[in-house]
Design a binder for this molecule. Structure first.
Ligand code: HEM
Length: 264
């Protein structure tokens, strides 16, 4: 039978994907990530993690654009930020998104952590992901601290003095920590260069690595049902569930009432 033209077009369009899949398995991996099953009673509360991820991605994109124009020296830092804000097309928007986005990112991280805590989603087998989350929180806050100095105005300068002095009061390691952060005896050009390098290279790199690990563990373990979930408690849900089973992993008795499709 002669082949239909639409089949030929579909095959041609899918060829690059097939090529990649055959050589890397990446397409299968992405499909698994996007279409994996989650509990039927997953709610809006479960979107806080993805919202945090979105805020982080916005910070990455706007940060890369700002880094094209920012100059990390005490003489030029403030004027370069003013230049971005007032002279460049859309500069005020990109800078505003980055500045406000930093707070949005931190607030979302806390809200997401609160949801995980209140749902008891830190318990077995997700303790390791909670620990990764704590590292993400600390690293995220450090990203905020290093970015705050960069406009190099009075607020930035004195806020950094306070932050470094607070670190300096830590037992035993305090003075060493303060000196490492300052990059010398006083806050100056070396401090700014150090904070810039940490802010745009080391800390975002660490965040990307930790987020990768966080997501891997989420996919491996599945997400938890809410505490009020009848499904997870093993009771029959009020309404007919659409299809699919309850998450990928439900340890212990919680799995008792898991409903499966006839084919599974
Ligand atoms: C950059 C910051 C973070 C990003 C991008 C992020 C992203 C996510 C995403 C997308 C999910 C799955 C959906 C959801 O449950 O909302 C998730 C789940 C989870 N997150 Fe985070 N997260 C971050 C920070 C944190 C923090 C600070 C903690 C706790 C200290 C944490 C602990 C967890 C745990 C334990 C889960 C599993 C929840 C479950 O199975 O229901 N995360 N995270």
């Amino acid at each position: 039978m002669p082949r239909k033209r639409s089949d030929t077009v579909t095959q041609a369009a899918l060829y690059p994907l097939d090529w990649l899949e055959e050589r890397s398995g990446l397409i299968g991996g992405v499909k698994y990530f996007l279409f994996r099953k989650v509990p039927g009673d997953t709610s809006w509360w479960h979107t806080l993690g993805s919202a945090t991820l979105t805020a982080f991605l916005v910070q990455l994109v706007t940060g890369v654009i700002l880094a094209m124009y920012y100059k990390p020296s005490p003489a030029e830092a403030h004027s370069s930020v003013e230049h971005i804000t007032h002279d460049l097309w859309g500069g005020w928007l990109v800078r505003g998104m980055h500045r406000w986005g930093a707070s949005v990112f931190i607030i979302l991280m806390f809200l997401h952590m609160g949801r995980v805590f209140l749902f008891g989603a830190y318990k077995y087998p997700r303790e390791l992901n909670w620990i990764v989350g704590v590292l993400l929180l600390a690293t995220g806050l450090f990203e905020g601290l290093t970015g705050y100095l960069l406009p190099f105005d009075q607020t930035a300068y004195w806020a950094t003095v306070v932050a470094i002095n607070i670190n300096g009061t830590a037992p035993f390691v305090g003075p060493f920590l303060a000196s490492v952060l300052r990059g010398g005896a006083e806050i100056g050009p070396d401090t700014l260069a150090r904070f810039y390098s940490l802010h745009m290279l080391l800390v975002p790199g660490a965040l990307i690595g930790l987020i990768g690990l966080h997501l891997y563990l989420i996919v491996r373990l599945g997400v938890t049902s809410p505490p009020w979930s009848k499904e997870a408690a093993g009771e029959t849900p009020d309404e007919e569930q659409p299809s699919g089973r309850s998450g990928l992993v439900q340890p212990g008795p919680r799995a008792a009432g898991v409903r499966r499709r006839p084919s599974e």
